[in-house]
Write a protein that binds this ligand. Structure first.
Ligand code: HQG
Length: 180
């Protein structure tokens, strides 16, 4: 993605996931905000986003971090929020195994406590090793954990899947984790 679009993507992630109030925006149920309000608020705060660039970020960004609603009037981040929001996701059946990419320095704590959501709404899990490796690489040399998601679900843990194929759950106890 071009640098200009990466900058816009980062800006949107900040305000649609973490700090909508700093632009004077309030997320509606589902995490939605009006596209017009978002563009006006951004411009007012000194960051003008051309509409065509916004569309390009939403539709072309390889991670599909953002979506428009069916009318195109509303936009949201698909996952990754730290602000309180009900994304209105329905529980979904996960594949038998999912993956989590992390780094060595977190490993002993993870194997002791399990995966915890920290500041985010959910623990984020990847559907394949390659994606998990990318997620872990953000922090250093990636370490991949296999999550026994089928067994977790059978034991009563709920799973959700975001519009961009990130699997979400509240927590993963250590008994469901194996280092790959
Ligand atoms: C670790 C990106 C110690 C966990 C990606 C991770 C993802 C623990 C970090 C999305 C722990 C949290 C989310 C425990 C978990 N002890 N460390 N008990 N449990 N951790 O960023 O999964 O670019 O909140 O391993 O693609 O890294 O934002 O979560 O390293 O989908 O669109 O604590 O962010 O997407 O870090 O990444 P994060 P994550 P975006």
């Amino acid at each position: 993605m071009e640098k200009r679009l990466v900058t816009i993507s980062k800006y949107l992630a900040k305000y649609l996931r973490h700090a909508p109030q700093d632009l004077g925006l309030e997320l509606q149920p589902g995490g939605w905000v009006s596209v017009d309000d978002l563009l006006a608020a951004a411009a007012k705060h000194g960051f003008t986003i051309p509409y065509d660039d916004l569309v390009e970020v939403v539709e072309i960004n390889d991670k599909r971090r953002f979506s428009f609603d069916d009318t195109g009037d509303l936009i949201r981040a698909n996952q990754g929020h730290s602000v309180e929001v009900d994304l209105q996701l329905s529980p979904a059946d996960p594949p038998e195994t999912l993956y989590h990419g992390t780094v060595d320095r977190f490993l002993s704590s993870i194997l002791e406590q399990g995966l915890i959501r920290g500041k985010r709404h959910h623990v984020h899990l990847s559907k394949d090793v390659e994606t998990a490796r990318r997620v872990g690489s953000r922090r250093g040399k990636p370490v991949i954990l296999l999550v026994a998601s089928g067994r977790m679900q059978a034991d009563g843990h709920a799973f959700y899947v975001s519009a961009n194929d990130v699997w979400l759950t509240d927590a993963v106890p250590p008994g469901y984790l194996t280092r790959v």
